[in-house]
Structures are given as structure tokens and as C-alpha cells.
Design a protein around this ligand. Structure first.
Ligand SMILES: *[C@@H]1O[C@H](CO)[C@@H](O)[C@H](O)[C@H]1NC(C)=O
Length: 363
């Protein structure tokens, strides 16, 4: 212990040098300095450790996570960009030359400007150029019902059955437009009237818009009248929901099953709900089952408005049996089946009866 004051070791008398005091002072100072030095090193080391554990490590983890995230998205981001780049490249360097020029062909086809279209084709326009939604000039021509444009495009080597991203083909467009000439043109070039994989059904498209001339052409070309669309059911369901009696007649005459169901609902249920007396008459003529029950155990008559024409027709049918003649016709058609009903002449029936079986007398 250091004592100050008279008599202590550290008391410095004036003008005297005490080496003992100097040594002690040196010792104390160096100890303090050393302690401070060590303390600084300690702080530095702990800061380094702190930095390593909390900053570097965390960052590495974060870096890893970011890397993983990027890799997960790699497929989508890079690939999509490549596709987009390719598309832009095609637009810029396609056969046609420029973005605007390439759509001229689509425009000419959509507007039915056959001479403009031919000029563009002569100048080397790409007839199979497609928009981002995969629509080609032939789609446009058919959607507009422009026979001469469609013909020019096909002659110039346009693909006959490309589909858009919505699954539309030139044929489905021509059907929905009701263009008999375009439909015939495509069928003539060997396009099947039945829907391909991932495409819409031409028959449904024609039925949606009540295009009975097209329905007739498609049936003649051998279209399957029982093609089922998962959303809309059979073509018969479609024409009943939209009240197109001519189309219903054509489908049924070609052998469409009058009792076909979609979710337990027959075409008669649909027609009863729609309230179309004409369509209901046609369905009954072809032997529709008036007692069929839908998913909530309702008969078609239960779905009609009280006092409506359709309810009258259905209640009458309920109370009165069919004519014997009609029962025979339905029976013969049933026995022949859909595929063979057209061979009815081989039955050697009198022509009048043949026509009756084929519902020809109605014309
Ligand atoms: C439809 O149902 C009715 C009544 O059950 C039946 O008489 C008729 O033969 C059926 N028609 C077909 C094509 O299945």
C-alpha cells in the first residue's frame, strides 16, 4: 500500500531523486498500460468473434437461401425469358420483316381483303405467323367466314389444323361463325369433324350459335353427335339450353341419344327449364323420357313454370300414351342403333315407312 505524507516511501523531498519511487511509478504505469492493452485486444477479439458468428454466418445462411430461391425459380424465370426473347426475335426477324407487317396478314384475313392477302403472300409474308395467343391468319379468315382468304392461305401452305391457346382451330372458328363454305373447305382438305386432343368440338361450336346448316354439314361428314364436352354436356344439351329446335332435330335424326345425361340432367330437363316449347316437342317426338329424374329428384315437368306452354305439353304427354305408329318407329330406330339407322332402306320397308322411320316426312 502506498502511503503519502511525511515519512512515507513516496514522500519526495525537494531536489532529491528517489530511484525506488521512480521504479514503483514505472511499475504501476506499465501495469495499467498493459491492462489497457489487453482489454483492447480482448474487445477486438470479441468483436471479431461477434462479427463472425452473427454477421458472416448469418450472411452465409442468407446467401444460401437466396441462392436456393433463385435456383428454384430458375426454370420459370430463365426459360420464360428465353421464350419471350425467341418470340420477339421471331417478330423482328421472321420471314415478314417487322412486327407491323406480320399483323397485316392477320388483319387482311380478318377483314376478308383477299387481294391484299395475296399481295402480302407474294411479297413473302409468313402464312403461319402466329400472335402471342397462337392465332394464325387462317384462324382469322375462318372466324370472319372469308372463304377466299382461307383458300388463298391454304394454297400458300398455311397449316390446316393449328390450335390457339384456347384450343380453337380454324374449323371450330368457321363452325361458330356458321360459314358453311369455310367448313366445307377445311373438311375437303381432310380435317376431321371430330375434336382433336385439346381442341374444342366443332359440333358444339356450331350448336352454341344455332348454325344448323353447319351442323348438317358436320353430321354428313361423319361428326360424332355424342361428343361430350365436360362443361356443356352433349351437343343436344347445348341446343336445348339455347332453344334451337332445328339443330335439335338434326342431331336426333342423326341418332343422338335423346336420354343422354349430363350430371343426371337430360336434354328434356334443360329444355323444360329454358321454356322452349318447340324444342320440347322435338325431344318428345324422338322418345325423350319424361320421367327422368335429375340430381334433386325433379322430373322435367317439375322445372317448368305453372301455366306455361311447356308444362301443358308435358302434362298432356304424361296422361296420353304415344301412338302405336310412333312407338314402332322408336323401337325400330332403337333396334337399328345410331350407326345403322341410315341403312333403314335395307329393311325393304315401303318407301313411305322408310321416310317415316327416318323422320323425313317432317320436311
Ligand atoms: C329414353 O327413355 C324412354 C323412357 O324410359 C325410353 O322409352 C326410350 O327408349 C329411351 N330412348 C333411348 C334412345 O334410350
Amino acid at each position: 500500500m502506498v502511503k503519502f505524507g511525511p515519512g512515507s516511501r513516496l514522500s519526495v523531498r525537494e531536489g532529491q531523486f528517489n530511484p525506488q519511487v521512480a521504479r514503483d511509478l514505472f511499475f504501476y504505469y506499465s501495469t495499467v498500460l498493459l491492462a489497457l492493452f489487453c482489454f483492447r485486444i480482448l474487445i477486438k477479439v470479441s468483436l471479431c468473434l461477434f462479427q463472425y458468428y452473427y454477421v458472416v454466418r448469418e450472411n452465409r445462411r442468407l446467401a444460401k437461401k437466396i441462392y436456393k430461391d433463385i435456383h428454384k425459380d430458375y426454370v420459370y424465370v430463365v426459360r420464360e425469358n428465353r421464350k419471350e426473347a425467341k418470340r420477339i426475335n421471331a417478330l423482328l426477324h421472321g420471314n415478314v420483316g417487322s412486327y407491323e407487317e406480320s399483323y397485316l396478314l392477320h388483319d387482311a384475313a380478318a377483314n376478308g381483303q383477299a387481294h391484299v392477302l395475296r399481295t402480302l403472300i407474294e411479297q413473302g409474308a409468313n402464312v403461319n405467323f402466329r400472335t402471342p395467343d397462337w392465332c394464325m391468319p387462317l384462324h382469322e379468315a375462318c372466324l370472319g367466314g372469308h372463304y377466299h382468304c382461307a383458300q388463298a392461305l391454304i394454297k400458300a401452305g398455311a397449316k390446316l389444323n393449328p390450335r390457339t391457346i384456347d384450343g380453337d382451330t380454324p374449323l371450330t372458328f368457321a363452325c361458330s361463325r356458321g360459314s358453311v363454305s369455310c367448313v366445307k373447305l377445311l373438311l375437303h382438305h381432310g380435317i376431321s369433324p371430330d375434336p382433336g386432343l385439346f381442341t374444342k368440338s366443332p359440333l358444339h361450336e356450331a350448336c352454341f350459335n344455332g348454325r344448323h346448316e353447319v351442323v348438317e354439314v358436320l353430321i354428313e361428314a361423319g361428326a360424332d353427335v355424342e361428343t361430350v364436352d365436360s362443361q356443356y354436356g352433349s351437343p343436344l344439351h347445348v341446343v336445348c339450353s339455347r332453344s334451337y329446335p332445328e339443330c335439335a332435330e338434326l342431331l336426333l335424326r342423326a341418332g343422338a341419344n335423346v336420354n343422354a345425361t349430363k350430371n343426371y340432367e337430360t336434354a328434356l330437363h334443360v329444355a323444360a327449364k329454358t321454356g322452349s316449347a318447340e324444342v320440347v316437342q322435338v325431344l318428345l317426338e324422338y322418345g325423350a323420357n319424361i320421367n327422368a329424374k335429375d340430381i334433386s329428384q325433379q322430373r322435367p315437368v317439375d322445372l317448368t313454370d305453372p301455366g306455361s306452354e311447356v308444362r301443358k305439353i308435358l302434362t298432356y304427354r304424361d296422361a296420353h300414351p304415344r301412338h302405336l305408329m310412333q312407338l314402332c318407329r322408336l323401337r325400330i330406330r332403337h333396334l337399328l342403333g345410331r350407326e345403322r339407322v341410315k341403312y333403314v332402306q335395307l329393311l325393304r320397308l315401303p318407301p313411305l315407312l322408310q321416310d317415316y322411320v327416318l323422320y323425313k316426312f317432317l320436311e
